[in-house]
Design a protein around this ligand. Structure first.
Ligand code: CP3
Length: 354
């Protein structure tokens, strides 16, 4: 197996950083769009283990990445708890019902992943069989705050005002909802690990909507509970988009790696990750995905600069958020190729001056 990612996550010295891209399985690939059309829609695709496995594997060949990430969505957990969602084309996720009161919360139920999320577990099994050990498989879930946002608001939002308002107006209700989400997510990730995923990532996509104080006081304890409950099983990455103002606090979590968005200063984050209380952490990131609209020469130079700044060791090369749907597949390949061909800046300068 190409175990570069796993070696890096174990803290071993590596020849170059492993590379994968958030949202690598998706609309940038024509072969994804074809399978999606055959399946009917997005949910039909992710609930069909054979098709989900197929689109999980596509980016390995299409981009040459060092890892597969399971094709699924973070919203499967709210649905398993009793809050169904739809993905409306060109609009985004919609939940017909939301959680605004204790009565709403009481309608949710505990999640048994083997029953409520069996299609994900089946997709992992099919994927692992078809991957034939080529690259590791990354499992994932939404972090408690990000799922809370969707469950309260019922759809995407710029500032998540209703969700933030609930934290202040209904602290006990908010905490009970976060506790229920955390419990379901923990069971779900344990089930993914049982099924064989090699690494897991928590996506806290809307971390940036909260102040440091609020995140630390009200959200971090749930993150701690979740990450602690998974400690010692497989390497775990926490990606809190927009959360660099509390990266130091996130670094106290017993996770293996921290994901960085593209706004985060790399050298600063490196120092912080090196000094993390439980020992040094890996950093994953963080090229601005919009860089991939540039020509391949620029993509290459920017990718090399990213690795100059993050370093080769304890780095997982990635974007600072997911690939945008209209980024040409060739440009995704240029990014991956640039990581594979990386040589340190000093050697690059020598080569060009000869
Ligand atoms: O390749 C991969 O990264 C694996 C698959 C994956 C998807 N969603 C597939 C998907 C992963 C890891 C996710 C996570 C996810 N889903 C997040 C966290 C990461 C992030 O982007 O911050 C969030 C917030 C969601 C919720 C979600 N799902 C939204 C807001 C949308 C609609 C917006 C959009 O991009 O269209 C989705 C749908 C979705 N999830 C698609 C894909 C490929 C697009 C569906 C399609 O049109 O085919």
């Amino acid at each position: 197996m190409n175990d570069l990612l796993l070696r890096a996550l174990r803290g071993e010295e590596v020849e170059r950083p492993p590379v994968w891209m958030m949202r690598q399985a998706g609309r940038t690939l024509p072969e994804y769009r074809a399978v999606r059309a055959e399946a009917g829609g997005f949910k039909d695709l992710l609930m069909n283990p054979n098709r989900a496995a197929e689109v999980t594997i596509q980016p390995i060949e299409a981009y040459g990445v060092d890892a597969a990430i399971l094709f699924s969505d973070i919203l499967v957990v709210p649905e398993a708890m009793g809050l169904p969602y739809n993905l409306v084309e060109k609009v985004g996720p919609r939940f017909p019902e939301t959680i605004r009161s204790l009565a709403d919360l009481n309608r949710l139920h505990e999640v048994d992943p083997g029953r409520d999320l069996k299609y994900v577990i089946d997709a992992i099994e099919v994927t692992l069989k078809e991957l034939q050990g080529r690259v590791p498989l990354i499992g994932f879930a939404g972090a408690p705050w990000t799922l809370f946002c969707y469950m309260v608001e019922g759809k995407g939002s710029k500032d998540w005002t209703l969700a933030r308002r609930m934290l202040w107006e209904e602290p006990a209700l908010s905490d009970a909802l976060l506790t229920a989400i955390t419990k379901a997510t923990k069971a779900y990730l344990h089930a993914q690990i049982e099924a064989g995923v090699h690494v897991v990532q928590l996506f806290d996509s809307w971390a940036g909507s909260l102040s440091r104080e609020l995140y630390v006081q009200r959200i971090l304890p749930h993150m701690q509970d979740l990450v602690e409950g998974l400690r010692g099983r497989v390497p775990l990455t926490v990606f809190a988009k927009g959360g660099s103002h509390f990266l130091k606090d996130l670094a106290t979590l017993p996770c293996t790696a921290l994901g960085l968005d593209w706004q985060t200063n790399r050298q600063w984050a490196r120092r912080l990750a090196d000094e993390a209380p439980g020992g040094p952490k890996l950093l994953q990131g963080n090229l601005d995905p919009s860089t991939l609209y540039a020509n391949p020469g620029i993509i290459r130079a920017e990718t090399h600069r990213m690795i100059d700044e993050l370093g080769i060791q304890r780095t997982i090369a990635n974007l600072g958020h997911g690939l945008y749907p209209d980024i040409p597949a060739d440009h995704g390949r240029a990014f991956v190729q640039a990581v594979k061909e990386y040589t340190p800046a000093t050697e690059r300068e020598t080569t060009t001056s000869v």
